[in-house]
Design a protein. Sequence first.
Length: 307
Amino acid sequence: MENKGIKGWLSFSRKERSALLILIVSVALFFLVPYIFPKKQKELTVAEDVMGAKTLIEGKPSDALFSFDPNTIDSVGFKKLGLRDKTIMTILHYREKGGRFKKAEDIRKIYGLRKEEADKLIPYIQIGSYNVTSTTRSVPTFNGKQYSFPLEVNSAGVDHWAALPGISLALAQRVVHYRDAIHGFKSIEQIGKTYGLSPQVFDKIKPLLRLTPEITTNIASTDHVSITEKQTVATIENKIPVSEKFNINTASEQDLLSQKRIPRSVAKAIVIYREQHGLYQQVADIKKIVFVNEELFARVEPYLKVE
């Protein structure tokens, strides 16, 4: 009786045997799947996912590197090259301060740029030509105008200064304000004392500057004009025929000097200012020249005209 009960537990019906067979096959397939499908492919996919995550974390590019000029490329371009945001900001700040890359190896000077990053980028760096020693050159326009250089420091306007590399509009205004406050620059080196003008930027723009001695005139030298002289000038103005006045839009320095009452410094400045800023709209425009104050203007205005 006992043996019969044990035998009953160990025997299976047809339906039970079929279910058991299906279970055994399922378990076998579960263990055989890794061998049926290549494990290497799975590992490769995981490795790619890890690399993708690393790219997002480190900011490395998925595309191939490309040729670029570190002096002109923008932040988006640097990002595509795989540089980190902090490094990009360092480079842009360096350029804003007047820094410039003269050769590919100069990229190594950037603080925070890793050696392996520099090694990877250097073969792709192509620096454009830049020659500050030429006597006359054009630089990027400012406010839609293009300016020639060298720049006459005692007659140049704010826009002209702002066209210089490394000089912002605010800094250009500061230079002109400082120049007016000291009645004109007496030397090129004096410009370097402008508040906010870094030594690096000053060294960069120095070859583009020119100081003409005749224009370096202290405004105080014109303050001695007497009331009698002013009255004389007013009388002369009424007597000089228009045909005998000099057109400041066409007259040369020598033309202006033929009138003895026009100082050499004024004659030279009138011509230089015209070359740098274009034609005069009215005679009063010469007062935009840094040292031409009201007294000096009153002395020369009777002999000038605009056509």
